[in-house]
Design a protein around this ligand. Structure first.
Ligand code: PLP
Length: 494
């Protein structure tokens, strides 16, 4: 296998315009005169990483904290390997400080804290943050509101944008949408008296493939567009890690008269987004994944400026009413234009401090800078896995469901696209063996990632707080875990 093939397992000639980040890594390794698998290389990459200091803005869990009592395999004082920022981001150190301000305020002044005192006035705590949140996703002032949970927000937006008619009644989404999104689409369709069987249009990957091809999505929009009311994909797919060309999908959908929205749960804080410029109609996302705001924290919506004064149906509440007249309580709705008009309840004063602490860290850099690091980090992970466990050509037909018990010759297939423009931080790995043993062994070594039985783990080196050395350590632990799993399996077979 040539070096190039090793690095880019699925690369087809002429597919990429820009240099693959792996080429950049190789260039640096050559300069250093070392191999990309050397620990020295990872160390050097961390030393030249302009964002490396941001890790210290987070509580990065130690081995002794995540492992409980069995610390036999690790150094208890060492950092764990946290590759689960796609599920729950780490805790920024300032979160507690900002929480304490609000708790103290409540203790000292009770209801007066709504408008007075230190920290954020609770009546406007969301408004203190949505400017920075908008910046993170390429929204303009007034296009973003912080409220509720993600799935609730998707429902609220679909109430406005999904207004089916017998001619145009479909919702188009990806075949394996996140279950919550799938149920949202189904129930919205049911609410309007239509049948998900004929009104929910799921685009599936081609036979034997794991990810969607843009050409197939665009062809489907062209073919079915006249009957589609709303197109709603994930910006980054939770399972495959595929990053969609949102601008192209939006353009194609609009050309057919559809509304186009995205669930940005795995995209916000992961990749740069330009929601306004891409003319996306609506979007929603949670803040506890790459935005590090704590489990179940407040979610967000984006409503494009062009819909600012829409007269779409909405579910209303008092918090959509303009602030100036809200407390006249005369039951005459004076609806705030834009995203604020979609707010229903008053915001949770104690859920805003964590968002503030996280956005503060994002504000030290930019999504473009974060993305530049992220591309290198993920390409390094890809290289290391492919170099060590890459599939030979005969094996590449294996699907996620097929596992064997040959722990001596384990192969790992990365089914996240190898094109860096089609993925964010996450790589989804499919093992040739049952992952449960391996996952347990990884856990024993303080590797925190996500398991999908029987053979998949998803790992996400979040660029704000993960390092190249984390990846190097991960590779060592994975080696150990596979060896230990092989021993377990061999003893079971006897
Ligand atoms: C994480 C995630 C959710 C979770 O929804 P909640 O309402 O926050 O529980 C929904 N959809 C997608 C695509 C997700 O990635």
């Amino acid at each position: 296998m040539s070096d190039d093939e090793k690095c880019l397992p699925n690369r087809k000639k002429g597919k990429f315009e820009a240099t693959h980040p792996c080429d950049e890594l190789k260039r640096i390794a050559k300069e250093l005169n070392c191999d990309m698998t050397d620990s020295q290389f990872a160390k050097h990459m961390d030393s030249i990483d302009p964002l490396s200091s941001l890790r210290r803005d987070f509580h990065y869990p130690k081995m002794k904290e995540v492992l409980g009592t069995d610390l036999s395999l690790v150094d208890p004082e060492e950092d764990c390997v946290y590759f689960c920022g796609n599920s729950l981001g780490l805790c920024p150190k300032n979160t507690k400080k900002y929480m304490d301000v609000e708790l103290d305020k409540w203790a000292k002044m009770g209801v007066q804290g709504h408008l007075q005192g230190e920290g954020m006035p609770w009546a406007k705590c969301d408004e203190c943050l949505d400017g920075d949140m908008a910046k993170l996703v390429g929204g303009r002032p007034g296009e973003v509101a912080i409220m509720n949970g993600l799935t609730v927000n998707l429902h609220l937006l679909l109430i406005s944008f999904y207004r089916p008619t017998p001619k145009r009644h479909k919702i188009m989404c990806e075949g394996k949408a996140f279950p919550s999104d799938h149920y949202t689409f189904q129930s919205q369709i049911n609410l309007h008296g239509y049948d998900p069987e004929s009104s929910l249009l799921c685009v599936e990957p081609r036979e034997g493939e794991m990810t969607l091809r843009m050409e197939d999505i665009l062809a489907k929009i062209e073919e079915e567009g006249d009957s589609i009311a709303v197109i709603c994909f994930s910006g980054v797919h939770y399972y495959t890690g595929q990053l969609m060309d949102m601008e192209a999908i939006t353009r194609a959908g609009h050309a057919k008269g559809c509304y186009v929205g995205f669930d940005m749960a795995h995209a916000a804080g992961n990749v740069p987004l330009y929601l306004h410029d891409w003319e996306i109609d609506f979007a929603c996302w949670c803040t506890y994944k790459y935005i590090n705001s704590s489990a179940g924290c407040l979610a967000c919506i984006f409503l494009h400026e062009k819909h600012k004064n829409n007269d779409f149906p909405k579910l209303l509440g008092w918090w959509g009413h303009r602030f100036d007249t809200r407390f006249e309580m005369n039951n005459e709705l004076d609806l705030h234009p834009g995203a604020y008009g979609y707010r229903v309840s008053n915001p949770a004063g104690l859920l805003c401090p964590p968002i503030k602490a996280s956005l503060e860290i994002f504000n030290k850099t930019s999504m473009e800078e974060i993305r530049a690091k992220s591309k290198l980090l993920t390409a390094y992970l890809e290289y290391r896995i492919t170099e060590r466990y890459g599939l030979t050509n005969e094996m590449s037909g294996n699907t996620v469901e097929q596992v064997d018990r040959d722990f001596q010759h384990v192969h790992v297939h990365i089914f996240t696209p190898s094109d860096p423009e089609q993925r964010g931080a996450q790589l989804s790995l499919s093992f040739s063996v049952d992952i449960s043993y391996v996952f347990k062994e990884l856990e024993k070594r303080g590797v925190i990632c996500d398991e999908r039985k029987p053979s998949v783990i998803r790992i996400s080196p979040a660029p704000l707080y993960c390092s190249f050395q984390d990846i190097h350590r991960f590779m060592e632990y994975l080696d150990q875990a596979l060896k230990a799993a092989a021993v377990t399996v061999a003893s079971e077979q006897k």
